[in-house]
Design a protein around this ligand. Structure first.
Ligand code: AMP
Length: 215
């Protein structure tokens, strides 16, 4: 399947994407994961992106479009992909349309996962992430803690609070989302690709997507 997952930070895009990859081998492409990996590896991309990310600002379009252009042409995308965290602005959506046209790729659907702001805020404040850039498993200290406190169940690395998941950075990320990313849903509505799914449970969102795709 070739999907875009829209929704505020903390709406569950990453969890839903991971569940969908198990259905047909489509790959999850998370620009946030790619950028965090680059920051941890200390690459040029990571050095450029870090300040923006720590503040909860979007990194510049030129960096993001370079990442996407390369990533979408990798072999594993042939079976399908789930875009998680991109596009995040109208210019991204326009540039993606041009890129997909050039590559001859047609999207199946754009899913907007709609979750109330108070649920999201609480989720992000209690979210913890495996700091191993190859893993980045997500936990929640209230609803899904790791079996051993502070240690990833999957790879044994430390599980930490992201620098951009302090209350102040979260509030800024949600404001950035409302201002810049929320209008992207309208772009895809005009394209006839948008499906909004309201859901605080990832299982329900995945079921809704499967129903829409008839799988
Ligand atoms: P995420 O994990 O998707 O919440 O992304 C974490 C941070 O990475 C964001 O707050 C941005 O600073 C940056 N980021 C991720 N994806 C994008 C994107 N498509 N465009 C610009 N910045 C991004």
């Amino acid at each position: 399947m070739k999907l875009i997952l829209l929704g505020a930070p903390g709406a569950g895009k990453g969890t839903v994407a991971k569940m969908l990859t198990k259905i047909d081998g489509s790959v999850q492409i998370s620009t946030g994961d790619i950028l965090r990996g680059a920051v941890q590896a200390g690459t040029e991309l990571g050095k450029e992106a870090k300040g923006y990310m720590d503040r909860g600002d979007l990194v510049p379009d030129s960096l993001i479009m370079g990442i996407m252009e390369n990533r979408l042409q990798e072999d594993d995308c042939k079976n399908g992909f789930l875009l998680d965290g991109f596009p995040r602005t109208i210019p991204h959506a326009e540039a993606l349309k041009e890129l997909l046209d050039k590559l001859g790729i047609k999207l199946d659907m754009v899913v907007d996962i709609d979750v109330p702001r108070d649920v999201i805020f609480d989720r992000l404040c209690t979210r913890r992430t495996c700091e191993n850039s190859e893993c980045q498993a997500i936990y929640n200290i209230k609803s899904m803690p790791p079996k051993k406190e502070g240690i990833c169940d999957k790879c044994g690395s430390p599980v930490v609070q992201r620098a951009d998941e302090t209350e102040e950075a979260i509030a800024h990320r949600l404001d950035t989302y409302n201002e810049k990313t929320a209008p992207v849903a309208g772009f895809y509505e005009k394209e006839g690709l948008l499906k909004s799914i309201t859901g605080t449970s990832s299982d329900a969102v995945v079921d809704g997507i499967k129903e829409q795709l008839g799988i």
